[in-house]
Design a protein around this ligand. Structure first.
Ligand code: SF4
Length: 744
């Protein structure tokens, strides 16, 4: 007799981190519902989360999952089944040979914000601690690295200071570069609830596209793509001019304002209106609302020095922001310029106020916490800091962590395309679709001598390049933890046994590492027993315990957070040993983790997009998400009902542009950038401004084929996007490419 059970877990899709209750019969997942006790969602789920069980059904699993290790003797040739032992031995031998012949920097690892924290921890230690290279980066580089850089530059640490409850406390919500209604739907429900509770709540939305999120705005600023820094500098210019800044907060708790004052002096309303393509009146209104001053009839508002007196009794402003700021060649400056506004107005560290980045992936935060990227180390430490390197080496029991910076995502694939990276391990991500400039990425995957793909799904574009395919478990089968956007750590729990021969990601990394240890020269003297390993893990909790010890004394100290505590309820960090509850909001004492305890204004200079529109490429292309799809569709694309909202890829253009190009809706067009070209139907959309175009990011090669400038076969919108990245965060500019559009 089958016994129905319920298992508490977390949704694997986005950074909201909703709690779910999985129903199963012991063999199969049969249902899912929102966890009423989880503080991220209180029982609610969006269209993606509420259909999780359907994408985990046995029919879908049988059709889509990678269920046994496979070897390919020739690139793109047929696969043959091999045993786990054979597969891991082969991987260890090939990596050991490459390291021995070419050095540790000849191998690279590209992992994922979809991995659990424990998975991430093992990979990071394997690469930096055992192999001795920093060539490990994550698709979180494409997601939040500019937010990390912005927080660190301005506040001293990568720590989002706000929490979801702040939505209910805010009097103004400033949403910028985020289609929250689609990308973080349950958080958007909270914004709608907040407005019902507080009809005086003002919502400002900044986005080149008039999205469903923009539809609820009191003030909508349709800035031209990439002009955010100019907007924020212009808002600060007005705040300074009108005396709306919080002089007392700035004097006591910030530094660096004088340099910034010089930078924003030239951002006059006239110039900002011209560069950003908005009206001066809207700019003024946004600046005053953000400052938290009187919200009288805005249509009649005329700024004057008399408004200075209203700086007292300031109302709280919360900023919510996402990839529109971060996926940019000036992503770090955009993040820092927004935080400048919070520091100038004291809008931080109090209920309803603060800069709050929304993470795209379910565990981009956890990856940052364990330092699973090319420039980071465990416990929010920095690779560039010799003290931090020594601390981590001591924690891991290795002589040193190498100081040579690792290659970030774009750099890693460029190095592979150049022949520098000879063995590549890809886990839980699909770079052959999701990375920008697909032509370079596919050239890299062709050139690398040995490619391992560790993946739950068999049909991702990257799988076609694998010499070795290792089947990984996925949601419903995995155990571990994830951290959501508000620093809340939740347990992920298994409801059923792994399908087929799939193994857990931490388990695969651990057993590969143990084999590699035996093949590489020992990093430390081996005891007489000969049993020493840097990877003694038997379950996720043993990894968690090592990870949490690595956070002792750091900003994210979770030494008080055990698996037993997380069994009771999810918790926010920090939560030190002896404490019973995490910290909901940071910087309430206005003391920041910088040498002098003060937050830092960053002198943010506006720079235009990397590929400006031109006579040859006259459209600005932006990319983004659909409501019901997730990433490369490996899970959501298996369910017909999730295509009801958008059934096929389209390029959306303003009706005036359709008329100008003599196009009818539905006609096929070639969309071409310097990188490549794709062909798809055109759609008339008033959401998109004139001279702009929008294509959703999700569609892969089954839906949207293309070709590179040199004739190579490509797929998806990233055939078009540029790999130019922010110099500070190394995050690429997905949000703008210059394209031309011609009738097919
Ligand atoms: Fe899952 Fe995000 Fe939807 Fe919540 S909002 S159910 S975390 S996809």
């Amino acid at each position: 007799m089958l016994i129905m059970t319920e298992t508490r877990s977390t949704c694997p899709y986005c950074g909201v981190g909703c709690g779910v209750i999985i129903q199963s019969d012991g063999k199969q997942i049969t249902g899912v519902r929102g966890d009423p006790d989880h503080p991220a969602n209180f029982g609610r789920l969006c269209s993606k989360g509420s259909t999780l069980h359907l994408t985990a059904s046995s029919v879908v699993t049988g059709q889509t999952r990678l269920l046994q290790p496979l070897q390919r003797l020739q690139r793109h040739g047929p696969t043959q089944q091999i045993s786990w032992d054979h597969a891991l031995d082969l991987a260890a031998q090939r990596f050991a040979r490459t390291i021995t012949q070419h050095g540790p920097d000849a191998v690279g690892f590209y992992i994922s914000g979809q991995l659990l924290t424990e998975d991430y921890y093992v990979f990071n230690k394997l690469v930096k601690g055992l192999i001795g290279t920093n060539n490990i980066d994550s698709n979180s580089r494409l997601c939040m690295s500019s937010a990390v850089a912005g927080y660190k530059q301005a506040l001293g640490m990568d720590a989002p200071p706000s929490c979801y409850d702040d939505i209910g406390h805010a009097d103004t919500i400033f949403i910028v570069g985020s289609n929250t209604a689609y990308a973080h739907p349950i958080l958007f429900r909270r914004i709608e609830d907040a407005r019902k509770t507080n009809p005086a709540l003002k919502i400002i939305v900044v986005d080149p596209r008039k999205t469903d999120t923009a539809d609820i705005a009191d003030v909508y600023l349709p800035i031209l793509p990439g002009t955010d820094v100019m907007l924020f500098n212009g808002m600060l210019h007005l705040m300074l001019w009108e005396g709306w800044v919080d002089q007392a907060f700035m004097a006591a708790h910030t530094s660096g304002f004088d340099a910034l004052k010089t930078t924003v002096r030239d951002a006059t309303p006239e110039l900002v209106a011209q560069i950003c393509g908005i009206s001066q009146a809207d700019l003024l209104q946004a600046a005053r609302l953000f400052a938290g001053l009187d919200t009288r009839d805005d249509s009649n508002f005329i700024a004057s020095s008399a408004d200075t007196t209203r700086a007292t009794g300031r109302k709280p402003t919360l900023s919510l922001y996402c990839q529109g700021l971060s996926q940019s060649s000036s992503g770090s400056a955009k993040n820092a310029a927004l935080i400048n506004l919070h520091l100038a107005t004291g809008q931080i560290g109090k209920p309803g106020a603060g800069p709050f980045s929304l993470t795209g992936q379910p565990n981009a935060m956890g990856g940052r916490e364990v330092g699973g990227m090319a420039n980071l180390l465990s416990g929010h430490r920095d690779l560039g800091n010799p003290v931090h390197r020594r601390e981590v080496a001591a924690l891991w029991g290795v002589p040193e962590v190498p100081s040579q910076p690792g290659k970030t995502a774009v750099e890693l694939f460029q190095a592979a395309a150049d022949g520098e990276i000879k063995a590549l391990w890809i886990a839980c991500t699909n770079p052959a679709q999701s990375m920008p400039d697909q032509a370079t990425v596919r050239r890299a995957l062709e050139r690398v001598e040995f490619v391992v793909v560790q993946e739950a799904f068999a049909s991702t574009a990257t799988c076609a390049y694998a010499d070795l395919l290792l089947p990984a478990t996925t949601w419903g089968e995995k155990e571990g933890t994830v951290t959501n956007s508000e620093r809340r750590i939740s347990r992920v729990r298994a409801a059923i046994r792994p399908n087929g021969e799939a193994r857990h990601d931490w388990h695969i990394a651990t057993h590969f590492a143990q084999r590699l240890e035996a093949l590489l020269p020992p990093r430390m003297p081996i005891p007489e027993t000969g049993s020493r390993t840097l990877f003694p893990y038997t379950n996720p909790e043993s990894i968690w315990n090592e990870h949490r010890e690595s956070t002792r004394g750091r900003d994210l100290d979770i030494t008080g957070m055990s698996y037993a505590m997380l069994e009771q309820a999810p918790q926010q960090w920090p939560l030190k040993a002896g404490e019973q509850q995490g910290q909901a909001r940071l910087y309430e004492d206005a003391v920041f983790p910088t040498p002098d305890g003060k937050a830092r204004f960053v002198s943010t200079v506006y720079r235009p997009v990397a590929e400006p529109r031109s006579a040859r490429y006259p459209f600005s292309l932006t990319t983004g998400r659909l409501r019901d799809q997730w990433h490369g569709m490996s899970r959501t694309g298996t369910l017909g009902r999730l295509f009801g909202h958008a059934s096929e890829p389209v390029v959306a253009l303003h009706p005036q542009d359709l008329a100008k190009l003599a196009l009818q809706p539905g006609e096929l067009v070639h969309v071409t950038s310097k990188q490549g070209s794709i062909m798809l139907p055109v759609q008339a959309s008033a959401e998109v401004a004139v001279n702009q175009a929008f294509i959703a990011m999700h569609w892969g090669e089954e839906f949207l084929s293309g070709i590179s400038a040199t004739g190579q076969r490509l797929a998806g919108v990233n055939a078009l996007t540029t790999s130019v990245f922010c110099p500070d965060s190394k995050q690429p500019e997905f949000k703008h490419s210059a394209v031309k559009i011609l009738k097919a």
